[in-house]
Design a protein around this ligand. Structure first.
Ligand code: SF4
Length: 307
């Protein structure tokens, strides 16, 4: 809620959000994770301004055209905000419908998702689509929960297929298991007096558009001597290792990141400048660093060691 309030205060209209610099939007989002959502929200605001004259579209097909809006969000917005008859299908809805109707289709498959979408759209109350959608999601979240469904108190247990067959905990069926990838990040925190080199992360990886430090990445843990041996010579010969941090663990949906930070003091400014021109826009002072959008992992390190 505090994030939401800050957001609408900063960007009271879709035009304010569309015109904001991406860095500022990401900075306001800092700490929430899922940064692609912030970038999508920003891109979506631009689309609403440029393609829809600043008026948020109100129908499901139009909503689907907006950046970051998939079937679930389009149905939620269409029904909650515009009373359109579009059934929302989220994890709660899959669970409730699979249990009540005994549907064993795999929710991770395209055909399975379609089966549930179709079923949900036959059940939605055309007179109260918003209430229906919110009720079924709430029922799944509060009552027909994943591990401890309150079947003994359930008003529809008599008709519930899963209850009658004892299959509540087997449903819904989901085949794909999410693979978690382990990554080791070795960050070089290059300090020039009170200023620190930071770089903006590019596309195709986590934290796009956010700022961190030059780093070396590995799939396996690397010892400090081994890492130092393999430092690029322009770094190795021109800095002094001041401190090595503890290992910071950061868990994302599909990744586990272990990060170690090496505080390096610059002794040869000229050589480091050459490095900065390719790797980083240059050193930032502490006030600038405060204002940059950063992953929470980086912020935690800065709070513990620098600020
Ligand atoms: S009886 Fe149990 S499994 Fe069936 S809908 Fe109710 S809470 Fe869910």
């Amino acid at each position: 809620m505090p994030y939401y309030l800050k957001f609408v205060e900063q960007y009271p209209t879709v035009y304010d959000l569309a015109n904001a610099p991406e860095d500022a939007v990401l900075r306001l989002w800092q700490g929430l994770g899922y940064y692609s959502r912030a970038r999508n929200l920003h891109a979506c605001a631009k689309m609403v301004v440029e393609n829809f004259n600043g008026q948020f579209p109100s129908t499901y097909p139009e909503l689907l055209k907006l950046k970051g809006i998939g079937k679930y969000t389009a149905a939620a917005i269409a029904s909650f905000a515009f009373d359109q008859v579009n059934a929302v299908v989220d994890g709660n809805v899959y669970r409730v419908l699979s249990r009540i109707y005994g549907v064993e289709d795999d929710i991770a498959s395209t055909s399975g998702a379609k089966t549930f979408e179709k079923l949900a759209n036959t059940l939605i109350d055309p007179k109260q689509p918003a209430e229906y959608n919110q009720a079924i999601m709430e029922f799944g979240a509060m009552h027909c929960s994943p591990k401890t469904p309150a079947c003994g108190l359930c008003p529809i247990s008599e008709e519930c297929h899963a209850y009658n067959h004892g299959t509540q905990l087997k449903l819904p069926i989901k085949s794909k298991k999410v693979k978690v990838r382990t990554r080791h990040f070795y960050y070089f925190v290059i300090k020039e007096g009170e200023r620190i080199y930071m770089k903006q992360r590019g596309p195709g990886d986590v934290w796009q558009g956010l700022y961190d430090f030059p780093l070396q990445e590995s799939n396996q843990a690397i010892s400090t001597p081994e890492l130092m041996e393999n430092l690029p010579p322009e770094l190795l010969n021109n800095v002094i290792l001041e401190e090595e941090s503890k290992i910071f663990k950061h868990v994302l949906t599909h990744q586990r990141i272990f990060a170690t930070f090496y505080l390096l003091n610059v002794v040869n400014h000229k050589a480091i400048k050459a490095l900065s021109s390719t790797e980083s826009p240059g050193p930032f002072d502490l006030k600038q660093i405060q204002d940059l959008p950063k992953p929470i992992l980086i912020n935690n390190f800065l709070v513990e060691h620098i600020f």
